[in-house]
Ligand binder design. Sequence first.
Ligand code: ADP
Length: 228
Amino acid sequence: MEKIPALHLEDVRRTYVQGESELPILRGAFLSVWPGESVALIAPSGAGKSTLLHMAGLLEHPDGGEVYIDGKPTAKLPDAARTAIRRNEIGFVYQFHHLLPEFTASENVTLPQMIAGLERKEAAKRANELLAFLGLGERLHHRPSELSGGEQQRVAIARAVANAPKLLLADEPTGNLDPKTADHVFGTLSKLVEATQLAAIIATHNLDLASRMTRRVTLREGKVVELE
Ligand code: ADP
């Protein structure tokens, strides 16, 4: 079977209007990310990293161009269809974990699967397997406040991939962690990408971590440019 990129941005354009002035942020961005690939997105603040992730994650509409998720064009789909793709095919990790404080690690990873229609027992089993894979087998029943920063972020990663998405989008996922913890969280994330053939875009300022990803890209004048 022919391989399809998990994400393909085709000539994506996005301009913000600020009062009288127009701020073109993406000006014809092209990018393909393939299964099993992790792409570091490295660019200065304000270059448009979050905007690109919002386009890829179907959180905002492009003003022009097309966003293909697993080969399917999405720009003209109604909101309900975009939401369904976002839920089923895309996982998000942010700088802050946004876990539900009153639920355990296991429950935080079980819930999105139940929302997607899985039975609780099946969902909990997968949650616990995922958490164990990420080195949290001994922390299943801890609440977020009872976990370290690195552990919280690993639970957030498990939650993001709970519904087996094709694409993982991460905005500075280790930006809030000390270097050693960041390194460890990143290591588990890489292991997951490899094992599940996820495609991942990870916006980061950490050049050391970026150097360990499959590819590195930046944004220049609203376009995606490959680095070295
Ligand atoms: P980065 O993530 O690389 O720091 P962003 O994608 O967040 O950059 O933002 C790129 C530029 O677009 C910034 O100058 C920001 O101020 C502007 N911007 C982002 N979102 C909006 C918005 N909703 N309305 C107006 N301007 C925006």
